[in-house]
Design a protein around this ligand. Structure first.
Ligand code: CTP
Ligand code: MG
Length: 227
């Protein structure tokens, strides 16, 4: 089953504190952005990549695509002030496809198996997102004091990719734009429509490169995979 992927890459990487877009930082000599792009370049079901970029970074990214032989990119529209806007600017340029995946450019370790499970689940149910079970004891805290210990069984930590049938994500984004709703992920926009969103069990390796420590985890994952 074929899909196209939207990769928002127009962030600032403030929490990484590198003074530049964190996607240009290297993990074992290769930029994070390229590690992520290579997954989709090599994924047989992927027929197109849409990359939301900052206008001032477009030229350098285009150069990287050539250097690393990334050929599936169909467009690099301007990103927006929020991640959701960046995703939307890609969606606006896309033509009808069966399935759309939205994936953080900052998550380079997503596997082909998990992608395939998400695509299948989105095909069957309309919407499916990657997540892992919460590992730690979870408590709700208010003003520094425990309010409640939450039942961990029902708690999942949500990642990307998030996969959708094309018409569903288009409708969800249109409604969100009309009413000015800002979600923390695309699934929230679909949830707002009252549509069920299924979860696909993912991997703890699918970490987002967010703070400095994540780079250490990231390089460790790459070294383990190279063994
Ligand atoms: N992103 C984007 N447009 C934005 C904000 C984020 O395309 N306006 C992208 C980032 O480039 C990243 C993904 O969305 O690939 C996930 O966002 P996050 O991890 O929060 O990255 P940043 O926003 O860059 O980091 P920070 O929040 O620490 O500034
Ligand atoms: Mg951010």
């Amino acid at each position: 089953m074929q899909y196209e992927v939207v990769l928002p890459a127009a962030g600032s990487g403030k929490r990484m504190g590198a003074g530049q877009n964190k996607l240009f930082l290297k993990l074992l000599e290769k930029p994070i952005l390229i590690h992520t792009l290579e997954v989709f370049e090599q994924d047989e079901q992927c027929t197109g990549i849409w990359l939301a970029v900052k206008p001032e970074e477009r030229a350098i990214i285009q150069e990287l695509l050539v250097t690393f032989g990334i050929s599936k990119v169909k467009g690099l529209p301007d990103g927006g002030a929020e991640r959701q806007h960046s995703v939307h600017s890609c969606m606006k340029e896309m033509e009808q496809v069966d399935i759309v995946l939205v994936h953080d450019a900052a998550r380079p370790f997503i596997s082909h198996d998990i992608i395939a499970n998400l695509v299948q689940s989105a095909h069957d149910f309309g919407a499916a997102i990657a997540g892992v079970r919460a590992k730690d004891t979870m408590k709700k805290v208010r003003n520094g004091v425990i309010e409640e210990t939450v039942d961990r069984e029902s708690l999942w930590m949500i990642q990307t990719p998030q996969a959708f049938q094309f018409d569903l994500i288009v409708e969800a984004e249109d409604v969100a734009e009309k009413i000015g709703f800002l979600g923390t992920d695309e699934a929230m926009l679909v949830e707002r429509l009252g549509h069920a969103v299924h979860i696909v069990e993912s991997s703890y390796e699918n970490v987002k490169m967010t703070t400095k420590e994540d780079l250490v985890f990231g390089e460790a994952i790459l070294r383990k995979r190279a063994l």
